[in-house]
Ligand binder design. Structure first.
Ligand code: UTP
Length: 297
C-alpha cells in the first residue's frame, strides 16, 4: 500500500516585497481575505486532505504567524464569560494541537527549493505536500484533496496545474506533457518561466505539490552548488531525469494569486460574494460602482 501523505510544508519565509509597506511588519500570510488570514485557508485545505503535521518554514519577523496558531486564554475566557459561543467556535479552528505544528527557519531567502530543503529533517523519509499560502483556491473539493486522491493511483511527484493564456506562460513553471487521461497528465519536462513564444504548453504549475523524499536529496545536491535562488522546479525535473513519475493534475476550482495586489483584491471580492452574510451588501455596492462607471462613459 502507498504511504499516506500526512505532512505538509508551508514555505512562508519570503520577503513579500509586492505588499510593502504592509509586509514591513505583517507577514503576508496574516493578511486577511474577508476575516480569515491567508494561512487559515491553507491550513483548512491541508486538514481536509488528511494532513496531520504542519511544518512552517519561516524567517525573521514572522512571530505573528506563530501566535495565530496558539491558544489565546484571555480572549477565550472573555468570550466564554459573555456566552459568545459562535465566536469561540471560530477561534477553535485556529488552535493547533500541541506538537502538530513545527517551525524551522530559513536564514536567507534563497528561493522556494531552498525553503523546502530547510524542512528536510522534519519531513524525514516519506512523501509530503507543499502548500504556498499565497495561492488561494476556491473549490468544492479542496485542491490538495483532489491531488491526494489522484496520488493514491500514481504515486511519485504531483503538481497542481492550470491553463494560462499564452502571454502569461513566462511568469510560471510550465509543463511539457506526454500523455493525458482526464485531468491527469504525465510530465516529461518542466521549464521555469520560459521566454515568450517558447513555452511547451499552457499548463502552468501553481502552489500545490506532493513530493517524494528523493526530491530532498536532489535539493541537497543543488543547494551545495547553487549561488542564486534554488528552484523547486529543478529538483522535480530531476525526478523525471531519474525515471520516476511526475504528474500534473488540472484541479477543478478557481485559483487566486494572492501574492499580487490584483489577485488579492479579486479574491477579496470573490470570497466576499461567497458569504451569505455579506453577499447582498457587496453585490449592491459593486452594481452601484458599475452603474457610476457606465454613466461616466
Ligand atoms: P514569492 O515568489 O511570492 O516571493 O514566493 P515572496 O518573497 O513571498 O513575495 P514577493 O515576490 O517579494 O512579493 C512564493 C512562496 O515561497 C516562499 C514565500 O514565502 C511564498 O510563500 N519563499 C520564497 C520562501 O519561503 N523562501 C524563499 O526564499 C522564497
Amino acid at each position: 500500500m502507498r504511504r499516506k501523505v500526512t505532512k505538509a510544508v508551508f514555505p512562508v519565509a519570503g520577503l513579500g516585497t509586492r505588499f510593502l509597506p504592509a509586509t514591513k511588519s505583517i507577514p503576508k500570510e496574516i493578511m486577511t481575505l474577508v476575516d480569515r488570514p491567508l494561512i487559515q485557508y491553507a491550513i483548512d485545505e491541508a486538514r481536509a486532505a488528511g494532513i496531520r503535521e504542519f511544518i512552517f518554514v519561516t524567517s525573521r519577523g514572522k512571530g505573528a504567524l506563530e501566535d495565530y496558531f496558539d491558544n489565546a486564554p484571555e480572549l477565550e475566557a472573555s468570550l466564554r464569560e459573555k456566552g459568545k459561543t459562535a465566536l469561540l467556535d471560530i477561534l477553535d479552528s485556529t488552535n493547533m494541537e500541541s506538537g502538530a505544528i513545527a517551525y524551522v527557519r530559513q536564514n536567507r531567502p534563497m528561493g522556494l527549493g531552498h525553503a523546502v530543503w530547510c524542512a528536510r529533517r522534519m519531513i524525514g523519509d516519506e512523501p509530503f505536500a507543499v502548500i504556498l499560502p499565497d495561492d488561494v483556491i476556491a473549490a468544492n473539493t479542496p485542491c490538495l484533496k483532489q491531488m491526494v486522491d489522484a496520488y493514491e493511483e500514481t504515486g511519485g511527484a504531483m503538481v497542481a496545474a492550470m491553463e494560462v493564456p499564452d502571454e502569461q506562460t513566462s511568469s510560471y513553471g510550465i509543463l511539457d506533457v506526454s500523455e493525458t487521461r482526464g485531468n491527469l497528465s504525465r510530465v516529461k519536462a518542466m521549464v521555469e518561466k520560459p521566454k515568450r513564444g517558447t513555452a511547451p504548453s499552457n499548463l502552468a504549475v501553481i502552489g500545490r505539490y506532493i513530493l517524494p523524499p528523493s526530491v530532498l536529496e536532489s535539493l541537497s545536491r543543488i543547494s551545495s552548488g547553487a549561488g542564486g535562488e534554488i528552484q523547486l522546479t529543478d529538483a522535480i525535473a530531476h525526478e523525471i531525469v531519474d525515471g520516476r513519475p511526475v504528474h500534473g493534475l488540472r484541479f477543478v476550482g478557481d485559483r487566486f494569486d494572492c501574492g499580487s495586489k490584483s489577485g488579492f483584491l479579486q479574491a477579496t471580492v470573490a470570497f466576499g460574494l461567497r458569504r451569505d452574510d455579506l453577499r447582498d451588501d457587496l453585490m449592491g455596492y459593486l452594481r452601484h460602482l458599475m452603474g457610476m462607471r457606465n454613466a461616466a462613459e
